[in-house]
Design a protein around this ligand. Structure first.
Ligand SMILES: [Zn+2]
Length: 104
């Protein structure tokens, strides 16, 4: 068992590791997407269908705040990071309900 260190490096290493993990994850995702696209291209070309490019990204969702055209951030409960992330929970709840009602 190693002796516990006075200056525990964990707090320094953890964010680095998290960052690294994110990078690896996104790289893997990119490569996977590439491979899938490649496979799809082959299949599509085989059939002779064209113009059916696979949608690369999910459609961007706009901020739930009425009239706001910023991109929503799932982190902030689907409100934009620029202006509306600071809304109170009750307000967000209200706008979320409005949003759901509008979509029906
Ligand atoms: Zn907004």
């Amino acid at each position: 068992m190693p002796r516990p260190r006075k200056n525990d490096p964990t707090s320094l290493i953890k964010p680095l590791l998290a960052d690294f993990a994110r990078q690896v994850a996104s790289e893997v995702e990119r490569l996977t997407l590439q491979r899938v696209r490649h496979a799809l291209d082959g299949a599509v070309n085989g059939i002779g269908a064209r113009g059916l490019a696979p949608r690369a990204r999910r459609q961007t969702v706009l901020c739930y705040y009425p009239g706001c055209k910023n991109v929503a951030a799932p982190r902030f409960g689907m409100f934009c990071a620029a202006q509306h992330k600071g809304l109170s929970v009750t307000e967000k709840e209200r706008y979320r309900k409005q949003h759901a009602a509008r979509r029906k």
